[in-house]
Design a protein around this ligand. Structure first.
Ligand code: GDP
Ligand code: MG
Length: 423
């Protein structure tokens, strides 16, 4: 059984929280793309955890976690993340964490280049998380990156490093005028933060093939949402990797396998971190109230997120791109303060009302068309059955199911593991 858990919107839909809940029924959880540029927040009986690189299954004793070949890994960040978990009493061992030898290492100079370029752009900046993700994926496709497996062969790594740094210094030093990158310093960094993971690095394809052949249940955990996908998202304000479910078997290392099930995580309203078109955005007091109510501040960066009402065209598109079989609707409880719930039902693109998700300039120029739904104005965080929800909340859920044409299977009404309704 292979299931992908993916984001339908711009990210931060509550994927980490749902993976934490649903991973109970899975033997293996795999991350298949991205790096530490986004965060999953998980709250359970063991505490509150922010995971940037590790699959959310790491918080369950019986789950094996895989970091797949599609990932980019800043080993210094991983080192810190693992140390924080250990301090909180979570076991991280080569038994429950397997890192693909094909995953790309996000080096200090990738982070540096990300920062240098964002600073150079000034007001025109991309809103990058400055974690080096675009530069490291660029190097991967330039075929000039280092991979986790290289850490197992220090001698050949040492031989390749000077040539790569000579090339990098053409931009870092000769282009941006930053001080030169030094071979020794970079090698020491790899020794200090990368080498300690030597026992965790393996051919995860072989591991996953055996696991699936032996009937193990595998869950793929996406980072970011459909609208950040490099090909199908709001390019260029996308991430640098494929965030969609179709990429899960590739980024995990088992392309011959077919997914059985795609669960889309979709928020009862919208949020978006950073720059780029976000048609349904609410401004002023309305936006500030929703941001406060939803605690919409980035898990990785602490940046205030932009917020808006539920966005029908964007969510329908996200569901389509993900090929979602069903939906987990999250953060419904956040809307409890509203008398009237705003929903962006269509876009006005140059005077024409559309219900599809445009791209390029049409998306940039789109204006939201808002409708209002009756609110319920009471606490729903203790509801555990659909019937327990106030009628207005039931109607809102049924409405969203109808306009997106996708079955809602779970409703999350709080951040704790048990605060959900299964339909
Ligand atoms: P992810 O990136 O998709 O994993 O989501 P984030 O962790 O960045 O953001 C989701 C936030 O909402 C986290 O702080 C979660 O603890 C919290 N959360 C998730 N589901 C719910 C919910 O149903 N209700 C409330 N109140 N909070 C939730
Ligand atoms: Mg997040």
């Amino acid at each position: 059984m292979l299931t992908a858990i993916v984001g339908i919107n711009w990210g931060d839909e509550g994927k980490g929280r749902m993976v934490d809940l649903l991973s109970e029924n899975y033997d293996v959880v795999v991350r298949y793309q991205g790096g530490n540029n986004a965060g999953h927040t998980v709250i359970n009986e063991r505490g509150k955890f922010i995971l940037n690189l590790l699959p959310s299954g790491i918080l369950r004793d019986s789950t094996v976690n895989v970091m797949g070949p599609g990932m980019v890994i800043d080993v210094e960040h991983l080192f810190g993340e693992v140390a924080r978990l250990r301090e909180a009493g979570i076991n991280v061992t080569p038994e429950n964490l397997k890192i693909s030898d094909r995953a790309t290492i996000c080096m200090p100079y990738h982070k540096l280049l990300d920062i240098l370029e964002e600073d150079r752009l000034g007001d025109a900046k991309f809103g990058s998380t400055r974690r080096g993700i675009a530069p490291v994926y660029a190097d991967k496709y330039m075929k000039k990156a280092f991979r986790m497996g290289d850490l197992l062969h220090p001698e050949s790594l040492k031989k390749r490093l000077p040539g790569i740094l000579e090339w990098k210094n053409l931009t870092v030093n000769k282009g941006y005028g930053h001080e030169e990158l030094m071979v020794d310093a970079i090698y020491e960094w790899l020794e200090k933060y990368g080498m300690p993971f030597a026992d965790y690095i393996c051919d995860t394809t072989r591991y996953l093939t055996d696991a699936t052949n032996n009937g193990k249940k595998v869950m793929f955990e996406a980072q970011l949402g459909a609208l950040r996908d490099i090909d199908f998202g709001i390019y260029p304000y996308t991430s640098s990797s494929s965030t969609i479910a179709a990429y899960a078997p590739i980024g995990s290392g088992i392309p011959a396998q077919k997914l059985d099930n795609v669960i889309g995580i979709m928020k009862a309203y919208s949020s978006c971190v950073g720059e780029g078109p976000f048609t349904c955005e609410l401004f002023g007091e309305k936006g500030e109230e929703l941001r406060q109510a939803g605690g919409e501040y980035g898990a990785a960066t602490g940046r205030p997120r932009r917020v808006g009402g539920f966005d029908v065209p964007a969510s329908r598109y996200g569901i389509l791109m993900q090929g979602a079989d069903c939906i987990a609707l999250t953060k419904l409880d956040i809307l409890s303060y509203l008398k009237e719930i705003p929903v962006c039902v269509k876009y006005d693109v140059n005077g024409e009302l559309v219900d599809y998700f445009p791209s390029g300039d049409d998306l940039a120029n789109a204006k939201p068309v808002y409708e209002y739904h009756e609110g319920w104005c009471c606490d729903i965080s203790n509801c555990r059955r659909f019937e327990d929800l106030p009628v207005a909340a039931q109607n809102y859920v049924r409405y969203i199911e109808k306009v997106t044409d996708c079955r809602i299977k779970y409703i999350s009404v709080g951040a704790d593991r048990d605060q959900y309704i299964e339909l």
